[in-house]
Unconditional design. Sequence first.
Length: 113
Amino acid sequence: MAALDYDLRIDQGAEYRLRIPVLDQDGDPVNLSGWSLRGEVRATYGSPYVLFDLNSSLSVDDDAVHAVLTILGPDSAPWVWTEAVYDVEIVDPGGSPYRLIQGRVLVSPEVTQ
């Protein structure tokens, strides 16, 4: 599986949801039953500090062939940064990780609080 390059454009304080299809090398859907998801947001690729842990924001959709990223408004409201990088990995039942999606996180700061 090749990672999808995709920039997340998040309005601070508002809910953000992204449904990501998981496809194999032939373009066929991968059944994610028994798989797990993990991800992080960091200031730069080499940064030792996690700005936001995506793990609790990730789930497998009911159809078992889509990963879902949902960042709730209260989670993004306290962010003081406006640009970072992220990736999301899927981990097969045997423990092997595959990068699903990666890119920048671009945050539009909230004015009305």
